[in-house]
Design a protein around this ligand. Structure first.
Ligand SMILES: Cc1cc2nc3c(=O)[nH]c(=O)nc-3n(C[C@H](O)[C@H](O)[C@H](O)COP(=O)(O)O)c2cc1C
Length: 159
């Protein structure tokens, strides 16, 4: 049996994990409850923060065999770099995330403010459409959650 473990800050990754669970029949659990699972192997879904998949290191430390990794983020153009940095040897799925400044607290809120500043500085030096778009996501919020984006991972787990 496979268990879906996840790490989520504002709920989007949890939403994907619960939908994946519904579609595959595999149970899902937050990563910090991994010791409660009786499972042969794992799928991990984590949100992307500064190019890192949150929780993946801890997931690997459990020693459970990993069948696949899902990365939930709002910068789809960086997905190859995220894969290369975090898990080049595993089946990898990028899932479009959501961003809402109102849901952020503490360090994450500060970091989001810093990201906005960095993007604005970069845009002053070199205007480009992609960065304008990402800046809009961070400033105005965005919800890119997509049931369709989950289909390849559902197929992998049910094939
Ligand atoms: C401080 C911060 C940094 C982020 N950095 C990235 C990033 O490097 N790449 C990306 O694709 N998304 C980034 N995001 C967007 C999140 O990955 C996205 O909002 C995700 O859906 C959050 O998942 P959650 O709702 O499960 O916490 C960042 C969000 C925050 C708050």
């Amino acid at each position: 049996m496979t268990t879906i473990f996840y790490s989520s800050n504002t709920g989007t990754t949890r939403r994907y994990a619960e939908l994946l669970s519904e579609k595959t029949g595999c149970p899902c659990l937050p990563l910090d409850k991994w010791e409660n699972a009786e499972t042969d192997d794992a799928v991990f879904l984590g949100w992307v923060f500064g190019g890192d998949i949150q929780g993946l290191k801890q997931m690997k430390e459990t020693g459970l065999p990993l069948r696949a990794v899902g990365a939930v983020g709002i910068m789809a153009q960086d997905k190859d770099a995220v894969r290369e940095k975090n898990c080049p040897d595993l089946p990898f799925y990028f899932l479009p995330g959501a961003f809402d400044l109102k849901k952020l607290k503490g360090m994450y809120k500060l970091m989001a403010g810093m990201i906005v500043k960095v993007i604005k500085n970069k845009l002053r030096e070199a205007p480009n459409e992609e960065s304008e778009k990402i800046l809009g996501f961070f400033e105005n919020g965005i919800d890119l959650f997509s049931e369709d984006a989950l289909a390849p991972l559902v197929e992998k787990l049910t094939a």
